[in-house]
Design a protein around this ligand. Sequence first.
Ligand SMILES: Nc1ncnc2c1ncn2[C@@H]1O[C@H](COP(=O)(O)OP(=O)(O)OP(=O)(O)O)[C@@H](O)[C@H]1O
Length: 356
Amino acid sequence: MESHFPFTVDSCGAGRHRCHRRRAAARVLRANAPSIARTGRVRGGAGYTVKAPLHCLVTAGRAPISWPHRLDFGEGDCQVARGRGSRAEQDSAVPAEAAAETVADPAGETAAPRGRFAARLDGVEKTYGKGAGAVHALRGITLAIPRGSFLAIMGPSGSGKSTFLHCAAGLDQPTAGSVLLGDTDLATLDEAQLTMLRRERIGFVFQAYNLLNALDVRDNITLPLRLAEQSPDGPWLDEIVRQVGLADRLGHRPSELSGGQQQRVAIARALATRPEVVFADEPTGALDTRTGRQVLELLRHVVDAMGQTVVMVTHDPVAASYAHSVIFLADGQVAGEMRDGTPERIAERMTHLGEW
Ligand SMILES: Nc1ncnc2c1ncn2[C@@H]1O[C@H](COP(=O)(O)OP(=O)(O)OP(=O)(O)O)[C@@H](O)[C@H]1O
């Protein structure tokens, strides 16, 4: 491996210096560096596992990211896993395409077709307070969220989930780094523009449904449109109401509905403006198990059937298992990703986060 080549090849169980595949793996990586940077995929490298610092991507025009990165070469593609040392193993089920598209350092970001990502965070840090009492709630989050995906954010208490959500949704400003919604850099907006953006381009679903009891279901759902002075898109609203199963409740007040129905109204309201991302904060926290499952099925459905993008913060591995992908936070950093995780696997991964 030439010294200027920035990958470190270190695997196959034979150790860095004895690995007979090392040279070949380095050749494959070098030949594919531009394509790795663009798409996260590597062709022709089956059988190699490579630990590589992300500096490799700097050579192809990517911003530097300091933490380790691993490429698992599978059937002609690579899988991109993140974490420290062998912990990355736990994420090795992340499909190459998904990993390249979703998680920290979206390798294809600069070459990505316009509009492929609903939102992107790049090196986002958030520090509360100053000096000795400063709390570093986020320590450099880099994440790209593809349109039409359902992402769950999990982590121990205090790991930064709420701070992440607030920064990603434009409710709070990062101390460093950037947040983009589509192509809009939130740092370029003043407070009035941010309010407009949150109203028109982001949907929110909270644990406490935050419905207005003075309004009936129909008016609660269309409230964001009225605030944004947008005329209702009839067919879209009909579709939302049909999907959330509230067609026969439109004239009711929230207090006349069950908790699950109220949360479905909140989801319909979040969708009314066709937002680019719906941020959901513990959306099933106040619901019983069965009703909670129905709400999660609905969230998954609005992604799969309606092409919406949902980012959900949750403590619940069962809830997270409804997402396409789970991002684990620990101590303000991305500690890994799991795709299509079962509740058992997600719970198991959570138990290791404290050690991360
Ligand atoms: N306004 C604030 N001022 C100071 N510290 C804060 C503030 N908000 C959050 N923090 C701190 O930032 C860290 C991350 O908090 P955050 O609420 O994002 O974590 P979380 O993962 O959502 O936690 P939980 O699961 O308990 O809700 C914590 O140490 C918290 O005490």
